[in-house]
Design a protein around this ligand. Structure first.
Ligand code: GLC
Ligand code: MG
Length: 253
């Protein structure tokens, strides 16, 4: 590979990150497919969607089959063709998680509008919340959950989606879990995202991070507050932004 850096693992969000620019997606797919065949590069999709909703997307987009799918904002991991979520990950999330009590507390907030049933998952409770009331609702919700000793992570994305997950059930922790299992180096791992539920991808390890040019303000702001030289803010959008970042980090010539 000459002076290129070896790419062991590419982790990418789907909506508005990998998907959104068909021409660049096609080019990136070609490169990744070649790397996968030549170097055994692994590909992981990390999405907020449920697996069923991911399958809807697969029906309309040309996506490479991933080595693993992280769905429902990190709370489910499907390795290879597995039909059920990874049981070891399920066991980790099952500690101190009580879905009914969380739903009960959230139901006291009139501003929290439940998302469709298909997006309500065993370890993910999801609502729509208007940005105009976020600053008022979030601290109260956090306080009530903490009073009940419910150790959760609350993630707000794209100025509309609010997800409540077990602490340590996010996309970033799921990536650390897979990277440990596969024994892959963080410096040969790339993570890519555009919105609030992707912040965790950048937070825990020294993975090379690409923020696509069309990223939402919450991720941009987080990046501004936590600048490190292994995170790159691309100018180009979606898959073109990923290609720009891969070139910047010299994973691609
Ligand atoms: C996806 C999911 C939704 C979630 C959002 C943000 O759109 O379908 O449930 O709230 O991502 O994480
Ligand atoms: Mg996205």
């Amino acid at each position: 590979m000459g002076s290129l850096t070896h790419l062991s693992l590419l982790v990418t969000d789907l909506d508005h990150t990998l998907v959104g620019n068909d021409q660049s997606l096609h080019r990136l797919n070609q490169i990744l497919d070649r790397y996968r065949q030549t170097w055994g590069t692994k590909i992981v999709y990390a999405t907020g969607r449920s697996r069923a909703s991911y399958q809807d997307l697969v029906a309309t987009q040309s996506l490479l089959a991933p080595d693993a799918l992280i769905s429902a904002v990190g709370t489910e991991i499907y390795v290879g063709d597995a039909a059920i979520p990874d049981p070891e990950w399920v066991d980790k999330l099952n500690v101190n998680w009580c879905r009914e009590r969380i739903v009960d507390i959230a139901s006291r907030f009139a501003d929290l509008d439940a998302q469709p049933q298909s997006e309500q998952r065993p370890f993910k409770v999801s609502y729509y919340l208007s940005p105009s009331v976020v600053a008022a609702v979030l601290p109260q919700l956090q306080e009530l959950l903490a009073q009940q000793l419910l150790d959760v992570e609350i993630i707000y994305s794209g100025s509309k989606d609010l997800d409540i997950l077990p602490r340590g059930g996010d996309k970033g922790t799921a990536v650390q879990f897979l990277r440990d299992r596969w024994q892959l180096d963080p410096t040969q791992t790339v993570v890519c995202g555009d919105s609030g539920n992707d912040i965790s991808l950048f937070k825990y390890g020294k993975e090379r991070g690409i923020i696509v040019g069309n990223a939402q303000s919450e991720l941009r702001l987080w990046h501004e507050l936590h600048p490190v030289n292994y995170h790159y803010q691309a100018v180009a959008k979606c898959a073109a932004g990923i290609l720009e970042g891969l070139t910047y980090f010299r994973f691609v010539a």
